[in-house]
Design a protein around this ligand. Structure first.
Ligand code: 9UX
Length: 70
């Protein structure tokens, strides 16, 4: 199992959280995406390595910023 943590900038509400979880879940290979508003984080679970540029692009298209933390 692969676990990647992103820092997300720009979220202000639970609807933002839901939007980002939805678009991250749609990235090829992603099993699960858990977004935390207070921590400004997204944890991506996958069973194979993911091209994180796809994940970052998906988040940016919704108007937020994403940086890979680990
Ligand atoms: Mo509503 Mo969260 O416009 O940014 S989705 S506050």
């Amino acid at each position: 199992m692969n676990r990647t943590v992103l820092k997300i900038e720009g979220m202000t509400c639970d609807h933002c959280v839901h939007t980002i979880e939805k678009v991250l879940s749609a990235v090829p290979g992603v099993e699960k995406a858990e977004v935390n508003l207070k921590q400004k984080s997204a944890v991506i679970i996958s069973d194979r390595p993911i091209d994180m540029s796809n994940a970052i692009f998906a988040v940016e298209q919704e108007g937020y910023k994403a940086i890979v933390i680990s």
